[in-house]
Every structure is written in C-alpha cells, then in structure tokens.
Design a protein around this ligand. Structure first.
Ligand code: SF4
Length: 451
C-alpha cells in the first residue's frame, strides 16, 4: 500500500463566496486522497485563498501569503487577490511574493487542483488509481492527440458536426497544459493538437486568462502554442497543429515554428479556392487571401509543410470554378493534400443547393486534383534528396525503421523509411529521434539513412 498521503495546509480568507470556493477545493483534495494539515510544519504544501476587496483585506492576504512562505515555503495562492493587478498592470501577488508556486483567480477549482497535482503529486495507488495520469490512450506511447476544444461555431453547409457536437466549448488552458505535461512525462514525444477549429480556441470564453506555472496565460491559440512549445522544449518533444483556419492571428505562430519544437507544419483545411464556392460552403475565413498568406508563411519559415483538404464537385461547382481550384493548387504548391469528391451527408444544408454535380463528374474532378497533386508532391519531395531531416521512429524491423519527419503527421501523411545502420551496435528504437540523410523519394514517402 501507499506511504502516508500528502498533506495540504489551507488558509481561507474573505467573504462567504470565497469560503465556498475553499470548501470546494478541500472537498476535491479529500476526494483525491490528500489530507489536510493543521500546522504549517505538518504540511507538504499550503494553499492560501485570498481576498482583494479593500486595502486592509489585500494587506491581510499578502501577510498570510508571506507567513505561509516563511513557515512552509511551498505556497499556492487562489482567490480574488490572485486576479488583481496594480496601477502598472502587474500581478500584485507575483510582484510582492515572486516565490509562490502558482496564482489563480477566484472560483478556479480546476486550476488550483492542477497546481496541486504539479507540485505535490498524489502517489500512485495501485488499488485505488485505475488510471495512469495521462489517461487511457489508443495511440502508441510516443505520440498522442491533445484535444483543446469541442464543437464548432461555424455552419459549413456540407458539415453536420455542429448539429452533433454543438457550439465551440474551449477547455481551460490550465487543464490543457496539465494534460500536455502529463503526456510528455509519460514519454510522449509528439503531441498533436486537435479540435474542430484550432484557430478559434478561447473565443467562447472571451480568451479568459488562466494560469500555468504561476503565470497568467490567455485561452488563446497563440498563447497556447507558445506555452506548448516551451513545455515541449523541456522534454525534447514535438508539437504539431491540426485544423487551423487561416485567420490573421495564425501569422503570429509561424515564427514559433523556426525553433524546432512547434513543428513547421500547418494543417489548414481550405476545401476550395473559388470565392463563390467558399461562400456557398459558408466556410470560415473565406475572404482570406490564401495564396499570399501561404507565400508569407514560407518566407518566415522556409521549411513549413502545408497540409490541406479540398472538396471537388461541390453542388453548383462550374468547370470555371473547378479550373480556379486547379490553378490555385498549381500556384500554392501545397505539400500534403487530401481531396474528396463531394458527398451529400444526410442533414447537411448543401444538399438543398441547386445543381448537384453528377457522381461520375465529382469523381472525375477529384481524380484530376489528385493527378496534379501527385506531380506537385513528387517534385517537392525530390527536392529533399541529399538534405538531413530529423525523424521520429514509429516502428522497427530487420530492414531498418519506419519514421516520420516534421512533414508527416501519423496516419494521414507519408513516412520516411530509414535503412538499418551498418554498425550492428547502433540499434534504432521506437520513439527515438534520429537524423537521416534523404537518399530517395517518390510522390508520398522518403527513404534515408542514419548519419
Ligand atoms: S467543417 Fe465547418 S462546420 Fe464543420 S467542424 Fe469544420 S469549421 Fe465547423
């Protein structure tokens, strides 16, 4: 059985609303197997729930934090003072007591518990804990999906997801970061950020500020990506972004991709290029100048891989509109592309649009897109021959290994076949990063050898 349960000291200040917050935190602590300590000495960590209403209450709270720091040293601060700033816009608690482990605002049970888990982890109790901290995963140990939100605020006319999953609900940023940390700690080397619309993260909660590692972080895509990139650096791991709609703020994350941990890879589902088709599709960001955006991204981050999906034969698509799509693809030189012939999903608004395209024409157009893309992809992959690529190994056999570079998301993109090293002592391992020199390419995959 486990050793003594970890003990948390608790100081509760302020009004009845703060008291109820304290009760909820204490209830959760007890439910998770923590004990409460009656003295600073006997506590492994102290939580101070503060009040920030009037000056005397602020001072009382700051004094209580100072006392807990002196007597114990490990202090988490929550409550109204946690979200209060001084005239210069700085966080009051952080400024007066920079040594506190974490600071949250009021009514922040999840964030407080995340901070407790981080600084005073509950020992694994095999008879009670049926789940590992990272949860049950269906992916291999070295990569995992991180879902940051559920649902979608858009109403694309070919899609029924919002009617099944509802409007966008973003997960609190502290929860997302804690899950990311648990995954990295458990050995994950590549984190794949997913949602229905990653660019919209936080819109539903007005980009509310949460706390991570004691620092305020907004529930916003750019701050999330920056924080995940920092975290991934500590674990020498990758972060890959999926389902990013090309809103202007996406430009801000491209510079982060030159550092190596946020992968230079953007999965941007564009679906079409012609403005009239995009309007009929009711696509988000349908007014964006996507060619210019892609070119600008490549200027900032020359190694960026753009992945996208398209629909051929959408209701009413004229030959001229389809030609517009082909011309767009030729110019955009998208690296990884999936194309689907339009399929009338039951319940989708697009089915009611006039001028459905015959099945065989939809298929024929899809074939023409894929034919063009095959050439584009082949040329782009050929250009990698002779270059060195960092790859993550997915599987090993007697011929060598199957791996993926920054350009290859699992399941949907190509792979890199790595030749078995000449040195028999050099064993390749699943989940290991290796640098390979690319020796050959076809339209989808690369071949290479370990340097
Ligand atoms: S296709 Fe459109 S409506 Fe459907 S999930 Fe994506 S953005 Fe939302």
């Amino acid at each position: 059985m486990s050793a003594t349960p970890p003990k948390v000291g608790f100081v509760s200040l302020g009004c009845p609303k703060a008291l109820v917050d304290s009760e909820q935190i204490l209830t959760q602590l007890r439910a998770e197997g923590y004990e409460t300590a009656k003295s600073y000495d006997g506590a492994d960590l102290v939580i101070v729930n503060t009040c920030g209403f009037i000056d005397s209450a602020v001072q009382e709270s700051l004094d209580a934090i100072g006392e807990a720091l002196n007597e114990n040293g490990k202090v988490i601060v929550t409550g109204c003072l946690g979200s209060k700033k001084d005239a210069a816009g700085e966080d009051i608690v952080q400024k007066v007591h920079p040594k506190v482990l974490a600071v949250t605002g009021p009514h922040a049970l999840g964030e407080v518990m995340n901070a407790v888990h981080l600084h005073l982890p509950k020992p694994h109790e095999p008879f009670l804990d049926l789940l590992p901290p990272q949860g049950v995963k269906l992916t291999p140990k070295h990569y995992a999906y991180l879902k940051i939100s559920e649902g979608c605020n858009h109403r694309c006319s070919f899609c029924i997801i919002p009617s099944m999953r509802g409007d966008l609900v973003s997960r609190p940023i502290a929860d997302v970061m804690l899950e990311a940390e648990n995954l990295f700690t458990s050995g994950v080397k590549e984190l794949l950020v997913i949602s229905q619309d990653t660019s919209a993260y936080g819109v539903d909660i007005k980009f509310r500020t949460g706390f991570w590692n004691g620092k305020p972080v907004r529930t916003h895509m750019t701050e999330l990506v920056a924080s995940l990139g920092e975290l991934a650096k500590n674990y020498d791991a990758w972060v890959r972004l999926h389902y990013v709609y090309p809103y202007p703020h996406v430009d801000d994350i491209i510079p982060l991709m030159n550092g190596g941990h946020v992968l230079p890879y953007l999965d941007v589902p564009l679906q079409h290029s012609h403005p009239d088709v995009l309007k009929r599709m009711k696509r988000p960001a349908n007014g964006e100048k996507n060619i210019e955006r892609i070119q600008a991204w490549r200027k900032i981050c020359p190694d960026i891989t753009i992945r996208s999906t398209f629909i051929a034969g959408f209701p009413g698509e004229t030959e001229e509109e389809f030609q517009h799509l082909l011309a767009f693809l030729q110019e955009a030189q998208i690296d990884r592309l999936g194309c689907f012939a339009y399929s009338p999903v039951e319940g989708a608004a697009a089915n009611a649009l006039a001028a459905a395209i015959p099945d065989d024409l939809r298929e024929e157009r899809r074939g023409r897109v894929m034919q063009l893309q095959e050439k584009i992809s082949r040329d782009r992959l050929q250009a990698k021959i002779g270059k060195t690529q960092r790859v993550l190994i997915d599987s090993v056999d007697r011929n060598g290994a199957v791996a993926r570079s920054s350009a290859d998301a699992p399941e949907i993109d190509g792979v890199v076949y790595v030749k078995r090293p000449y040195d028999p002592a050099r064993q390749l391992k699943v989940g290991e990063f290796v640098d390979v020199t690319v020796t050959a390419a076809d339209a989808h995959d690369l071949w290479g050898s370990v340097d």
